[in-house]
Design a protein around this ligand. Structure first.
Ligand SMILES: Nc1ncnc2c1ncn2[C@@H]1O[C@H](COP(=O)(O)OP(=O)(O)OP(=O)(O)O)[C@@H](O)[C@H]1O
Length: 292
C-alpha cells in the first residue's frame, strides 16, 4: 500500500500543500482530481522523490520510500521529457534497460507495448516527428515498459484520442488486476468515474474528499432530488426549500431532505409529474460541490 501522510509544501510564501494524506491499495485505481493549481503535480513529484516535502512522509507498506523502491515505479511526469531525436522503439527500449531490464526483456516489452498503444508503425520514427498524442503514447510506453510495481501518472489521458484512451484504460486495468496500485491525475472526471475504484479530491492544497467512488456517490446520494413536471409554469418551484437548479423541464433540488413531500405536492399542483426521485450525483457534481 502507498501512503501519503500529511504532506506540507510551500514555494516561497505560497502554500502548495497543506496536510495532504491519502492511500492507494494494491490493485486499486485511484483518480487524483482537483482544479488547476490545487496541488496534484506537487504531490506526485514528492511521491516520486523529484521534490522534497517540507514535512510529511510517503510510505510503502509502512516504511519510508527509498530510491530503490522508486526505481521500480512507473512515472509519467507532467513535464514529459522524451529524447526528441531518438526513434520511438529505441527510446522505449532504452528506458526499459535504464530501469533494469535485460536487452532481450526490454525488446519484448517494447514490442508488446508499441503494439498495445498502436505505435508499431511508428517504431522507426523520431519522437519529435510524431503528433502530440502519439508522443504521449510513447511517454506512456516509457512509464510502463519495466512492468512497474506502482504507477504514478500525471494526466496520462490528456490529449489522447478516444481509441488511445481505451487502449490505455485497458493497459492500466491489467496492471491493476495484477495487484499494482495505480494513481493518476486527470481533469476528465467522466473517465475517472468510469475507471477508478477510489477518488481523491484536492482543493487549494487540502484533501476535501478521498473515498471509493461508490461511497462518495452514496454519501451525496440523498441530497439531489430530480423532478420533471410536464406543462408546468417555469416558476413552479419558486418558494420551495432547497438549492434549485433548472434545466428545461427538469428541476434539481439540492439539500432537499425533509422537504420532499412538500416539493411533490407543489409539483403535482403545477402539472403532470413525469419524474420524481433521488439522484445519485455524478463525480462532476460531487467535485463541484466539494471544491465550491
Ligand atoms: N516551482 C514552483 N514555484 C512556485 N510555485 C509553484 C511551483 N510549482 C507549483 N507551484 C504552485 O503550487 C500550487 C500547486 O501547483 P501544482 O502544479 O501542484 O497543481 P496541479 O493541481 O498539478 O495543477 P494543474 O491541474 O494545473 O496541473 C500552484 O499554486 C502553483 O502555482
Amino acid at each position: 500500500m502507498i501512503e501519503i501522510d500529511d504532506l506540507h509544501k510551500r514555494y516561497g510564501d505560497k502554500t502548495a500543500l497543506d496536510g495532504v494524506s491519502f492511500s492507494v491499495k494494491p490493485g486499486e485505481m485511484f483518480g487524483f482530481v482537483g482544479a488547476n493549481g490545487a496541488g496534484k503535480t506537487t504531490t506526485m513529484r514528492i511521491l516520486m522523490g523529484v521534490l522534497t516535502a517540507d514535512s510529511g512522509q510517503v510510505r510503502r507498506d509502512g516504511r519510508a520510500l527509498t530510491f530503490d523502491d522508486r526505481r521500480r515505479f512507473g512515472y509519467m511526469p507532467e513535464e514529459r521529457g522524451l529524447y526528441q531525436k531518438m526513434k520511438v522503439a529505441e527510446q522505449v527500449h532504452y528506458f526499459g534497460q535504464l530501469n533494469g531490464l535485460s536487452p532481450k526483456e526490454a525488446a519484448k516489452a517494447t514490442g508488446d507495448l508499441l503494439e498495445r498503444l498502436a505505435l508499431t508503425e511508428r517504431a522507426g520514427d523520431e519522437v519529435g516527428a510524431l503528433s502530440l498524442g502519439n508522443q504521449q503514447r510513447v511517454q506512456l510506453a516509457v512509464a510502463l515498459v519495466h512492468d512497474p510495481e506502482v504507477l504514478v501518472l500525471d494526466e496520462p489521458f490528456s490529449g489522447l484520442d478516444p481509441i488511445a484512451v481505451d487502449a490505455l484504460a485497458e493497459v492500466l486495468a491489467e496492471r491493476r488486476a495484477a495487484g499494482v496500485p495505480v494513481l493518476f491525475s486527470s481533469h476528465q472526471l467522466d473517465l475517472v468515474e468510469r475507471l477508478c475504484d477510489s477518488v481523491g479530491i484536492i482543493s487549494a492544497g487540502r484533501m476535501v474528499a478521498s473515498d471509493t467512488v461508490e461511497a462518495l456517490r452514496a454519501r451525496e446520494g440523498r441530497r439531489l432530488l430530480k423532478v420533471v413536471v410536464r406543462g408546468a409554469a417555469p416558476d413552479w418551484p419558486t418558494g420551495l426549500s432547497g438549492n434549485i437548479t433548472k434545466n428545461g423541464d427538469e428541476v434539481l433540488f439540492a439539500d432537499a431532505n425533509g422537504s420532499d413531500q412538500e416539493i411533490l405536492r407543489a409539483a403535482t399542483a403545477a402539472g403532470a409529474v413525469e419524474h420524481f426521485g433521488w439522484e445519485r450525483p455524478t463525480l462532476t457534481e460531487i467535485f463541484r460541490e466539494a471544491v465550491a
